[in-house]
Design a protein around this ligand. Structure first.
Ligand SMILES: [Zn+2]
Length: 461
């Protein structure tokens, strides 16, 4: 108040000075700011000013503080402020199947557990409850944007909005009867309604999500492209996740999945392929040329033994490379800090080269890389004026974060999701001092436990 009154007095006396004093909605201060901007600046004693859901200024606290007075202040407590993490591939509602069955071959796991459990349980209500649970977990571990492919995506989007999270979401278009849409034509019609309903939403970016080159036929893929073009929407798809997929597509079309998608006219900027494990040099050149992105999912890939993705090559070749958890049934959590650590370690382990996937590259994968993979780097992924105000504050008080030489090293190799203290999405504080401000956490957990009982019963039948 005193500050505002002083500003007013100055405005009356010296208009030219007062013109520089602006009001921000939120000022994040007392922080080391890891910007992930073009110069990869790390600003000690930095601050971030937020106005109208956008970042207005990032810089030394003295500069930002001199320029902005704020309606609300968020004290970072000397912690690290960084762009909110982008989970570039998940199936959020699948948290309700977390730990239902582990340590199985992919086809056993899918056919004996996941498909029956989905067929008997997945409803609009189930998806909404699952997405709320996933949202709690994601906010608590620093994710501000999640890229989702599942069923009943209207409920995924509704729950994301309730939680205050950003999502890029697409209804799965798949060549067998899903819990909601029974045919590809139904799924395409659902997708068009979904694209219309969420157009222009500040938090929900509606996408088109054909499952893959092996579970969506060429007509479905072409129709998906046409819808994406008509509504300016991204395309989400699984790409080269398994050797079975490679073999099936090769047998059917005499091509790799990537060449198949290119020949159908699918690939361009704004297409995000999940996994990308079996991409060869030709596939990678096609994706790079097209501007399409890849979501690397190291923990899921390891758990299902799908193989290691060519991360060294994708980084060296400058692909648009993001990082994702995949669904919690094959991870089994949505913690992007774990995913960063795993991405760094796995790439070194499989290449025998510890210089591969350095901390800065991995942090980039989880932030700006995810934004680039979506073709949304103009809006998301770094702390720069003009971008959407999605940021997290990582507390540094845990013993495991002392001493501190290099903030980026700690973020990838030593920090945990539980170190995230505050989370801001679109300028709104959705977690403050580890307290979620948007959802009723106890009610969401109680709902999840109730649904667990239902899932157990359904599988006993
Ligand atoms: Zn997936």
């Amino acid at each position: 108040m005193r500050r505002a009154a002083g500003g007013l007095l100055l405005a009356l006396l010296v208009p030219s000075v007062a013109a520089a004093a602006e009001t921000a909605d939120l000022l994040v201060r007392n922080a080391t700011v890891v910007t992930v901007d073009a110069e990869r600046r790390v600003i000690r004693d930095g601050a971030v000013a937020i106005q109208g859901g956008r970042i207005a200024a990032v810089g030394p606290a003295a500069e930002v503080g001199a320029r902005y007075s704020a309606a609300e202040t968020l004290d970072a407590g000397g912690g690290l402020v960084l762009p909110g993490l982008v989970n570039a591939h998940t199936h959020a509602p699948m948290v309700l199947f977390r730990g239902i069955a582990d340590d199985l071959k992919l086809m056993d796991w899918l056919q004996k557990y996941i498909f029956p459990a989905e067929a008997r349980n997945v409803t609009a209500e189930f998806v909404k409850a699952g997405t709320r649970l996933a949202a709690l977990e994601m906010i608590r571990s620093g994710t501000t944007t999640f890229v989702d492919m599942y069923y009943f995506e209207d409920q995924v989007a509704e729950a994301a909005k309730e939680a205050g999270l950003r999502t890029v979401a697409g209804e799965t278009i798949i060549g067998f009867p899903a819990p909601d849409n029974k045919t590809i034509a139904d799924a395409l019609a659902y997708t068009e309604r979904f694209l219309k309903r969420w157009a222009g939403d500040p938090l929900v970016v509606p996408a088109v999500a054909p499952h893959s080159a092996y579970l969506a036929d060429p007509d479905a893929l072409r129709a998906s492209r046409a819808l994406a073009d008509r509504y300016g929407a991204p395309i989400l798809i699984h790409l080269s996740e398994s050797q079975d997929e490679q073999a099936t597509v090769k047998e059917r079309y005499k091509k790799t999945p990537t060449v198949h998608l290119r020949d159908l006219g699918i690939l361009r900027k704004g297409v995000l392929g999940a996994h990308g494990i079996w991409l060869d040099a030709g596939d990678r050149a096609i994706l790079k040329e097209a501007g399409a992105g890849i979501a690397h999912c190291p923990q899921s890939n390891m758990k299902i033994s799908s193989g290691p993705a060519p991360v060294r090559e994708m980084l060296a070749e400058g692909l648009r490379l993001g990082l994702g958890t995949d669904g919690a049934a094959s991870n089994n959590d949505l913690d992007m800090f774990e995913e960063m650590l795993t991405a760094a370690l796995l790439a070194k382990h499989v290449t025998g080269d510890p210089t591969v996937a350095p901390a800065a590259s991995v942090l980039e994968m989880a932030t700006l890389g995810g934004a680039r993979a979506l073709g949304m780097e103009d809006r998301l992924g770094s702390l720069e004026p003009g971008k959407r105000a999605d940021l997290i504050v990582v507390d540094l008080s845990a013993p495991r974060l002392h001493p501190l030489y290099d903030p980026v090293s700690h973020l990838v190799y030593a920090a945990k999701g539980a170190d995230v203290r505050h989370v801001v999405v679109e300028g709104r504080v959705v977690m403050r001092d580890r307290k979620i401000t948007t959802l009723d956490e106890a009610a969401v957990l109680a709902d999840a436990e109730r649904l667990r009982g239902q899932v157990v019963q359904s599988l006993a039948k």
